[in-house]
Design a protein. Structure first.
Length: 455
């Protein structure tokens, strides 16, 4: 929605995490004297120090904190909700007359013509960071925003910025949007966030907003090897740019190289990212970059210089002759499957937060690629073990299962059961909540104990 339309509306910011605090700073800058509502299930003492100071100093705030925070929703005309807050939680308190908005909604209303939005179940971080590198090294002005950067409204400059915004967009940030970015990049769609969505169709429904509101002047860059995305491409009005294995696509690859519209972009041997799944991320970035007429030789150089992000199939090194990989960012089964295919681990650390995901394909892949030791974290680890046991035949060699509840013991098992010259990988296929603060904390602990034990 347009910011000026908020001037005479009663506004509530629902959820006071990283984006909620950003939304408050944004509104306060535009409306210094406006009374703004703030709501969160946490108490004041649990908010960040800086936010607590702001709240105490500001004389134009209505605060709704604690267990009854949702009851305040009915007193407001506009709700700016934080991503990740399920509709089923707040909708019983909302009415049809209220406007439900978000940072993504406000930003795109102003900046959609200069935004490249990137979504998908996996690969978003790699694609946007590579695309940003290509822009930066080509002398183009760009900002990296979304999950991988700062909250999107931090980049709002009175609606007048001329930069290109490379926006990593989760399903939560896309949910409820009525505006799509000028260039929409859709990498893939797999089962995900089933603790939030009732099924993959509801999850996909949120994701589709990246393209369904596009016009004939926009561009939809999509993975043509995904049946769901090919079908979505038929429904959007935007111009289509496809990538995939087949030579009929705008961007494709073979055993030697990646090609864009028949011209060689880069040889596969010059790419420093392990696994076919990274090739798809690279192709998506190539397609988006070419829409800005960035020369292929500049794109080629940026790809050749690019390395994996921290915690994203990151090679830590060789310790006591064992090769260790940190893939803590693999929070979905499909990401762990890609890791298994790419690096063939002998020992694999799996499990974590339970989100009701299907682990049958992950189990099948681990058995096919002969992962010998499975180190499992609760609570999802128990279900991963059951999924694997259900697929083991009498002829199969049964893998060793080691149950742990802390990273120090997980790494200890990695050293104990991985043979010299083989790979031990953390690629959990699950979110990190519970035992760890987040995926970064999980990966940091893994790297710390690997290096400590490897001395």
């Amino acid at each position: 929605m347009q910011t000026e339309s908020l001037r005479d509306k009663k506004v509530l910011i629902l959820g006071l995490g990283r984006e909620g605090e950003s939304s408050f700073r944004f509104l306060r800058k535009i409306f210094p004297e406006k009374t703004i509502g703030l709501a969160d299930k946490r108490e004041l003492k649990d908010l960040t120090k800086t936010f607590k100071k702001r709240i105490k100093k500001d004389g134009h705030i209505n605060v709704h904190l604690g267990g009854d925070y949702l009851r305040a929703i009915g007193d407001y005309e506009v709700i700016i909700k934080t991503p990740g807050l399920p509709k089923k939680i707040f909708e019983p308190y909302a009415s049809d007359s209220q406007i439900i908005s978000s940072q993504s909604d406000i930003f795109l209303q102003h900046y959609w013509p200069q935004t490249i939005g990137v979504t998908g179940t996996k690969g978003k971080g790699t694609t946007v960071s590579l695309l940003y590198k290509i822009f930066e090294e080509s002398g183009r002005q760009a900002e990296l925003a979304g999950n991988i950067g700062r909250p999107i409204l931090n980049y709002f400059k009175d609606g007048k910025s001329k930069k290109t915004f490379i926006f990593e967009m989760s399903s939560h940030q896309l949910e409820g949007l009525k505006t799509s970015p000028h260039i929409a990049v859709f990498l893939n769609i797999h089962e995900g966030h089933l603790d939030y969505y009732k099924d993959i169709e509801e999850y996909f429904s949120a994701k589709k907003n990246i393209a369904v509101w596009q016009t004939r002047n926009d561009f939809f860059v999509f993975n043509a090897d995904s049946p769901r995305l090919k079908n979505l491409a038929k429904k959007t009005k935007a111009k289509k740019i496809s990538f995939g294995k087949d030579r009929s696509n705008d961007c494709y690859f073979d055993q030697e190289a990646i090609f864009y519209q028949g011209k060689k972009v880069i040889k596969l041997k010059n790419i420093h990212l392990p696994g076919e799944h990274f090739i798809y991320d690279i192709m998506a970035a190539v397609c988006a970059a070419r829409l800005y007429n960035i020369p292929l030789f500049k794109i080629r150089k940026s790809i050749a210089d690019y390395r994996t992000q921290r915690h994203c199939l990151q090679k830590i090194g060789k310790f006591k002759k064992i090769i260790f990989y940190d893939d803590s960012f693999a929070t979905e089964p499909i990401a762990a499957i890609s890791a298994i295919k790419a690096i063939e681990p002998q020992t694999l650390i799996l499990g974590g937060h339970e989100r009701g995901l299907n682990f049958s394909s992950l189990a099948k892949t681990a058995l096919k690629h002969k992962v010998r030791t499975i180190v499992i974290f609760p609570p999802a680890g128990a279900r991963i073990k059951r999924a694997m046991m259900a697929q083991i035949s009498e002829e199969d060699e049964k893998p060793r299962f080691v149950s742990v509840d802390n990273m120090k013991d997980a790494v200890k098992a990695g050293y104990q059961y991985t043979e010299p010259g083989r790979v031990c990988a953390l690629s959990p296929g699950c979110a990190s909540f519970g035992v760890f603060r987040d995926y970064q904390d999980r990966g940091d602990q893994f790297q710390k104990f690997v290096k400590q034990s490897g001395r």
